[in-house]
Design a protein around this ligand. Sequence first.
Ligand code: GLY
Length: 592
Amino acid sequence: MLSQQIRTEFLNFFEQHGHLRVPSAPLIPRDDPSLLLVSAGMVPFKAYFLGQKVAPQDRLTSCQKAFRATDIDEVGDLSHDTFFEMLGNFSFGAYFKAEAIAYAFELLTRNFGLDPARLYPSVHPSDETSVQLWEKVAGIPAERISRLEENFWQAGPTGPCGVDSEIYFDLGERFGSGQGERPGQGERYLEIWNLVFMDSEQLTDGSTVPLAHPGVDTGMGLERMAMVLQGCDSIFDTDLFAPIQEDFAGRASKLAEQPGDQGARHLRRLSDHARAACMLIADGVVPSNEGRGYVLRRLLRRASVSALSLGVEGGLAPCVSTVVAVLGETYSELASGAERVRAVIEQEEVRFEETLSRGLEHFEEVLASAEGGTIAGSAAFRLHDTFGFPLEVTEDLASARGVEIDREGVERLLKVQREQARASRTISLAGTAETDLPPTEFVGYDQLEASGQVRLLLRQGQPLDRAGAGEEVEVVLDVSPFYAEGGGQVGDRGALTWGDGSALVLDTRAPQAGARVQHCRVLEGELRQGQDVRATVDREHRAGCAAHHSATHLLNAALHHRLGEGVIQRGSLVSAERATFDFSWPHPLSEY
Ligand code: GLY
């Protein structure tokens, strides 16, 4: 069965069972700061599960574009990928375990024709109901059902969650003897579908509360289902990947020289990363050194390293037309954005080549100073951190010269770097991200002055009762006219005054939804917890910010008007004195 037929069969089946078919959302999550990229079919529906929004219907079905970088190091084996398509059916209070299991069994065995004897469900050890349902609905005896502690699912650190029941397919003896292997372990049993029984919400403090209306979220990986239904040895041999692999293999002059299965692994990695990069760029992600832009840059660099190892003539960019041939009909944004996708990839490849040639000079110096056949962790880390030289490249080049790198040493330094970055983020919020802040009513859209009361005084995140002249503190008011830093615009400044005292408001931030923190310096008197104050926004500062804010919107609109939809805003800084506006555009700009 071709992948297009699998998509259609799945969506039609659930439509016939009363589900509304909805199109895939973009890979960049809307209104969800907890995730860099959409990682599952349910992500666009989180608010429906939580009862914060009403779904257009209480049953939905979709084929959602998804990306997971968690398994990036596994990519190259037979079944892992980064970008994938997830088929799902969703219930928001409409049905629960019994119906979800019955639908899944019917679709797999009747529509997709799978042999029930090759299906192996797993359940959470606490979920006896599902064991009974699998037996009753599908006739699968309890001894074929694994009880796995890891059968619990949630997308991201907070949000809807619940125990799940995974369905594994026995690929047969070609994939393992079956001795000592079982669902969740080894390659023989492939997870093809996950049925999540959403009944709780995970909160920021790690606790869970029950959902008002338990629901169902399921996720079937299209690539894996295609592998099963097309009788392939790997997802890379299905119609979703084979043309992309063939494109690279046809241009890879050094493929045959690779030792062992290295050539095949490089080809799979290239195919996955190039395909994923195309989908990310088509949805507006551009390479950068942070966030999702960094995910993309890393994919392209890893793919370039594989392309170099295989001697792929023309590099990555020519594969765009092949990826469009495979996925362009299903995802029109890929077809219509193909030219831009290609330009972004070409530009990034050129940049990477420059990085590599600069890094090579330093690599030779590092190699010369390697002692005892090992490059010190600090030297390899410096190549990576200062010159952007990927560790894989250092490792490949070093091993070609009979030298190793101290990988553990590098990992230690990478960990320190990550921890430093985390610490600096925390300090910049003066500890307020960790403290539970009382909510503030914001009245600053139409008022530049307001009366309020000090609800909380903090210094470096620690509550205190009072602060005297000269001290700098964080102040949370019950009512505030101060606009918080956000969207690149600096926070409001101004003053707090009371009886015999005053404080300057130096900055305003919103480290948690609904909370607002004024960073203040007390000028005279004593500021106390519970103090009634008059809060006044610095009008000139606010007007300057507002003007520069408008200027960035005008510039953005003008760029879109002049250059078209390919212009992507990358960031902006708006202050009272000036505004900066970063954007990406895959071509050089001409003089106006
Ligand atoms: N949302 C279910 C899964 O991704 O496995």
